[in-house]
Design a protein around this ligand. Sequence first.
Ligand code: ADP
Length: 646
Amino acid sequence: MATNKKIRFKYIAFAAGSLNIIVALIVMVGWYTQNGQLLSVVNGYTTMKFNTSLCLLLLGKALVIQATYYFRPVKPLGYFSAGLAFAVALLTVSEHFGASIAIDQVFVKDNTHPALEHPGRMSLITASSICITAIAIILSSSQRVFLIRISQYMMHTVTLITFIVGLGYVFKIALLYTFGISTPMALHTCVCLLALSVGTSLINYKYGITAVFTGDKIGNVMARNLFVKLVVVMVVASYLDIYVQKYDVMSEGVGSAIFSVTIIFMSFIFTWETSKMLNNLDRKRELISERLSLIFEAMPNALVMGDSEGKIILVNREAEMMFGYSRDEILGKRLEVLLPKRYRAGHPGKMKSFFITPFTRHYASHANLYAVRKNGEEFPIEMGLTPVKTEDGIVGLATVIDISERKANEKTIQEQVRELKIRNQEMEQFNYIASHDLQEPLRTVSNYIVLLEEDYPADPEVELHLSAMKQATNRMSRLIKTLLDYGLLGRDKILAQTDVELILNDVRADLNNLIKTTGTTITINNQMPKLCAYETELRQLFQNLINNAIKFRKKDTSPVIDVFYEYRNGMHEFTVADNGIGINTRHYKNIFNIFQRVNREDEYEGYGVGLANCKKIAEMHGGKIWVESVYGEGSTFKFTITNIKP
Ligand code: ADP
């Protein structure tokens, strides 16, 4: 809205500047063609001197440049124009005070008033007003507030002068347009200078008296309304009064009485209107404040307001309940009563720094803040502190949340996590020891099988049994080895900056033979990320998925594998999709458990540990793994990992 206003005012300034340029050019043409009508607007009125029109042209141009600030480089041209106008006007002023520079007749000869001692010389008020305006236009683009203010008040002076001159013309009182000291200011000069002064003052509309009329506050709206109306009424009434006196329409006493009554009556009407407007606004403000206090009361957080001296000035219902004080008890007390004793001494200092730099602060649960209830019970809190402007200066509004329950929950969760970690470690330990120790008796059994084979070399029945036993022990040995590997997975994991693209290339190289013999196509569809991860384990994850994608291919169909990557919800998500046999929905969950297999062993060999390893690796990276598959149309494995902070 403010920018709109700014642009609107720049347009007005631009229009004022343009008006000056146009009027000045017309008058100049008048001088060169000796057209009296163009020089004085109304026959018999004072003419605008050529030098005046030259100055107005220059000032108009300066103001147009000032208003169209987009053309920064031409700014100096504006200063130059204003400076030139100032020089011409100043020389004229000095001539008025006796200097003889002959600036008046340099450009044209003035024959309009041969009786005058100095024809062609602009009047002293015009010359002075032009001097003031020129300086004000130059100062109006200053960056320093002090200079802008000076420019504004200079412009206000010119507005006042031209307003008085204008009134002089309206009332036909020569004293007003001559100021009793010089030749008169021409009517169109007066209008042009008025436009220039108002236009220039609008460029910096936030300063000087202009601010009173252009602001958005209620006082400004009132000033705009009342002032303009009063001026119009006064001017019209005065004009009528003068007219009545001049033409003897009625006796002087009656005229003055009507004049007074009109002014009083109109003033009353305006006051009435204004008071109605103010009352309306007041009612709206009351409604807003009522609504605000309802919200304040209904807030689920405790709200405590304290002044700069540290006294509690406002609390809501939740604060009463949280701290255990009634409103009457707590209001006027020092804020420190709500703090544990050990924090009280340091509080005034902290409060002071808040009021020196009053901005919103938030103290989260890890800031370890505590408050104290009336019964002395201490409790942890989370708090926001906001400075609020009031008519008595800035006060602090504290929003307090009792986080006792949350803290208690956090503690329980932490304890449970710790316990789980210990249990996990114990399980891993057990797994390792068990699988390690199981190898030993198995080896003994294997040895005895060898001995038995040697002892009964020719017995086919014994040979059959021994071969079955041998197969079983071998399988068990492999299972135990798998279990051991599963337990050891990630034990010595090392975090490293990992390029997933390189990992995929390694996997491709490792599986090169299998890829060639099965005619597999692997496509990496996006740019793969570089991230901090457990590189060896991540490679194993990809290797397992790609290996499975080839292993569980359809008969007579070459495997086609697509790898995708996407960064989604703060996680790195990878997809490995194949065109293999697919997986039945009911197995989606259990295939990730250790030793879970879905297919017959004689069709696809394996122990059902690959995906269990994948799950462990994804979880090790703070992610998860799942499958999306249409049975018979291939499987899509997806897993997420985080960029682990070293
Ligand atoms: P294995 O070590 O036996 O391959 P995995 O743990 O890797 O075991 O896989 C478990 C089961 O999930 C497999 O037996 C297989 O039935 C199924 N499976 C895994 N990957 C795929 C895939 N890409 N397509 C179809 N089935 C799959």
